[in-house]
Design a binder for this molecule. Sequence first.
Ligand SMILES: Nc1ncnc2c1ncn2[C@@H]1O[C@H](COP(=O)(O)OP(=O)(O)OP(=O)(O)O)[C@@H](O)[C@H]1O
Length: 455
Amino acid sequence: MVIDLIEDDPFMGEALTERLHLEGMHCRWWRSARDVTEAAQRDPAPDVVISDVRLGDGDGTQLPQTLPASWRSVPWIFITGYGSHALRETLLARGALDFLTKPLDMDRLLRHLRHLAQPGRTPSGLGGTCSCPLGVSGEMRRLYTLVQRLGPHWQTVLITGESGAGKEELARCLHRDTLGPQRPFIAVNTASLPESLIEAELFGYERGAFTGAARAHRGLFEQASGGTLFLDEIGDMPLTLQARLLRVLQDRQVTRLGGEKPQQLDVRLIFATHRPLHEAVRAGQFREDLYYRINVVHLHVPPLRERPEDIVWLAQRFVAQWNEAHPGRARRLGAAAEAWLGAQRWPGNVRQLRNAIERACLLAVDEELDPLLLSESVPESVAPPPAASDQGSDGWCPAGHGDGMVRLEDYLRQQERAYIERALAHHGWQIGVTAEALGISRKNLWERMKRLGIQ
Ligand SMILES: Nc1ncnc2c1ncn2[C@@H]1O[C@H](COP(=O)(O)OP(=O)(O)OP(=O)(O)O)[C@@H](O)[C@H]1O
């Protein structure tokens, strides 16, 4: 993998190139906007660009626009000593992979580079005006490209992905971008409705169709007419209803319960499930004919842990949403909080991340969110509960100063030690494998173990 570094500060440039060479990466260093512009006329584009924002002879953020298109289509990471939240948002929205402030979080930079170097990854770049509302990772941008290609014509779409990964968010995005926000979007969780009610809710009923049907009721198919009906948890739908749904898909008509006149169906149906449907088919819990019928256009939302570039981007969005809804109680993520967020696996996906941010925003005393506060919102976080002997009187915090708090450095050191020990145990104390899993070099792991007293 070829990395191009654009950096006018000689110390920073030298330190970075040396470090990347030590990590076994090939890095070319351009000291000015002019140098890289000349290089771009004669050399092929690298695999990734790391660029300073303020260059002696130009603005690094404008540089991509002046370079050939092939240079814009690779990932760009911006680094700066003068970070602003607004600039960060703008660059990420434009498609930058990340925006790092100096002093650089080297581990985070290396994580990105190693991730990009993995075989089979198709990184995406700045794409000019491209702005993906789903995330900044290559995976989410690819999904968004698919959404745009689908256009308004497809009538049936299947979305799969773990719970909380963003299936409904994708469905809403598909609806907005291809049918338009003014059309109806109706979401229904088929697993949350009692079996006896689902049919009446979906198909509607005529007056007197059953005891208690005092007046006619428009079903969800009718209510979503001209727009989208999003049917969530389709894998848990009862078999009897599956048969009825299949008929709807075949005839594209719906009839109210107790009614006689079928109505033409003018609705896009988006089905979603967190269950592997083919397994449900094999287990006899899902009709095979229905499976083939709905599995024409299939979009898969990867879990958050498989697209770590999205974590901080999403977190920033949630903080920005909080700030908008709570004027005068501004919150912001500092480098420590971002590093902590990026190190989590988020088994509950984006929903869990959103909840953690909202809770921390609510409970925070200071503007900058404390990683400790965030970790309390994530019970499955890498942070193990402190040993009983370490707990303060209220049981949540290691004893330190008189107020029950410990210094942040001590807390982070404790977390780092526990995480590395856990990783080592998981990988049978094999240094090489553990270092690779943690995204650091063997040497780096040895150094950390020595510093943290891990034997
Ligand atoms: N790309 C995204 N941008 C902003 N918010 C998102 C994104 N993806 C998910 N979310 C938020 O995360 C939460 C969970 O997302 P969503 O409901 O779409 O997940 P899901 O996969 O449909 O979950 P489930 O299977 O449990 O229904 C929601 O609050 C949603 O707004």
